[in-house]
Design a protein around this ligand. Structure first.
Ligand code: GSH
Length: 204
């Protein structure tokens, strides 16, 4: 069987959640990084005309970053113990991936300074509001979103704080102590720390 292959641009972007999960699960994979100039030639042959996409060991190709991350989180038993816990971890991941990430992508492409400033302010307000709710209502474990312990929701929070926010000058207020404690614990996990140390150094 062939090795798993993950394909994305030459940055962390929306593929890094998958790479963190691979690091945690010890997944062997080829980390294929495509230059912007080479993408258009490749695009028509990809499942949905977008990256990231993954080729599994059996050669079948899948797109949608969050779906790929969810599949491997399930495989490595970090989606939650019960159906309700899976719903809970998905809720946090989707808040970041479905609700917040598009705002960061919009900022990425915005060239007008005033519009960018407005986008940043709107994003900051959403982060402040939603993270207050997560902090107050949705952290059920000791240093983890889920009562049963570590999950991909913890990685998604860490990914958001560590990789998205600094690049776009959005802050996650220090008053969200539980969220920051979870992110710090993820960063210290030996497999994740080793990946951060060895991964290609990219602006985001
Ligand atoms: N919902 C998709 C969005 C994928 C997406 O828009 N990817 C961007 C890179 S972040 C892309 O492929 N852009 C190039 C293009 O659309 O041609 C996912 O989460 O995978």
């Amino acid at each position: 069987m062939a090795v798993v292959k993950l394909t994305y641009f030459k940055n962390r972007g929306i593929a890094e959640l998958i790479r963190y999960i691979f690091a945690y699960g010890g997944q062997e994979y080829e980390d294929e990084r495509i230059a912007q100039d080479d993408w258009l030639a490749l695009k028509p042959d990809t499942p949905l005309g977008s990256m990231p996409y993954v080729v599994l060991e059996n050669g079948v190709v899948y797109s949608e970053g969050t779906s790929i991350a969810r599949y491997f989180a399930e495989k490595f038993n970090i989606r939650g113990r019960t159906a309700e816990e899976k719903l809970h971890s998905d809720m946090i991941v989707d808040l970041i991936r479905a609700d917040l990430t598009p705002m960061f992508i919009e900022m990425f492409f915005e060239k007008n300074d005033d519009k960018l400033k407005n986008l940043r302010q709107n994003t900051q307000e959403k982060v402040d509001t939603w993270f207050q709710m997560v902090e107050d209502r949705h952290i059920k474990g000791h240093n983890s979103v889920l009562e049963s312990g570590f999950s991909w929701a913890d990685i998604a929070l860490f990914n958001f704080i560590n990789d998205y926010c600094p690049k776009f000058e959005v802050a996650v207020d220090e008053k969200f102590e539980k969220i920051h404690t979870i992110a710090a614990a993820v960063k210290k996990k030996p497999t994740i720390a080793a990946w951060i140390e060895k991964r290609p150094k990219t602006p985001w």
